[in-house]
Design a protein around this ligand. Sequence first.
Ligand SMILES: Nc1nc2c(ncn2[C@@H]2O[C@H](COP(=O)(O)OP(=O)(O)OP(=O)(O)O)[C@@H](O)[C@H]2O)c(=O)[nH]1
Ligand SMILES: [Mg+2]
Length: 269
Amino acid sequence: MLADVGFVGLPSVGKSTLLSVISAARPKIAAYHFTTLSPMLGVVAVDDGKGFVAADIPGLIEGASEGAGLGFDFLRHVDRCRLLVHVVDIAATEGRDPVEDVKLINRELEKYSIDLASRPQIIAANKCDILDRETVDIPAFERFAAENGYEVMYISAATGEGIKELCRRVYERLQTLPEITIYEPEYEAETTEKALPSDITAKREDGMWIVEGEWLKWLMTGINLDDYESLTYFDRMLRTNGVFEKMRSLGIKDGDEVDLYGLEFDFVD
Ligand SMILES: Nc1nc2c(ncn2[C@@H]2O[C@H](COP(=O)(O)OP(=O)(O)OP(=O)(O)O)[C@@H](O)[C@H]2O)c(=O)[nH]1
Ligand SMILES: [Mg+2]
């Protein structure tokens, strides 16, 4: 089952509470950070038989892209989501600034995948039940959202306020969004048995690293370099199979020029 919608946000903003009130899923909910350790899906029903699938994932924090907190390996669970519900603690219960929180999460998403970061977002401004308008500058939050084109819905996962409206709106938005296609060649399993991703060689010619390997060559033949999804897939394959790590161990450093069967780029792990 694939999720149509993914919940993103800092720890303890109420992502799991939200999933628990809109679906039959029973995620763990608690007042400490990183309560959710692995993604969870829920089927959300919106009036007569219509609905969508939502994925609750662990909280992201600053530096998640470098492995801080739980890192963000689980973001692949929302890779195919057509819409993100960005949950923010609008009551600033931990003394944070909701505008900065939204910016922080979006920066981390961008570091993971520009593609994922550019998916449409609805901001679910949660914990409205305990919002104190004297301490939180709501007009400033509204201005920030308007300037960035974010739709904001004020909710309380605790009292149920605004929850029905949020679900309806998510459903409506989904109707206008195309399916996400992620390029994955069908012959992957068969070929990977023959060669290992780590079997690569690197030699330096005129300041350029020439990197070669059977698995790499096989991967390259299935990639359409003009297609963004395809390149994203390629990057992910190299990353998850430890090829960047291996390249580093062969002496390749940040900023070095690399040639992979004609694909030239500056190495940045
Ligand atoms: N007052 C109030 N508290 C809420 C609301 N939503 C969630 N909470 C509380 O906030 C705390 C964190 O909620 P979770 O749903 O576990 O938060 P999360 O975003 O899933 O957190 P992680 O899994 O750690 O990323 C819990 O104590 C919830 O009871 C809300 O709308 N109002
Ligand atoms: Mg959670």
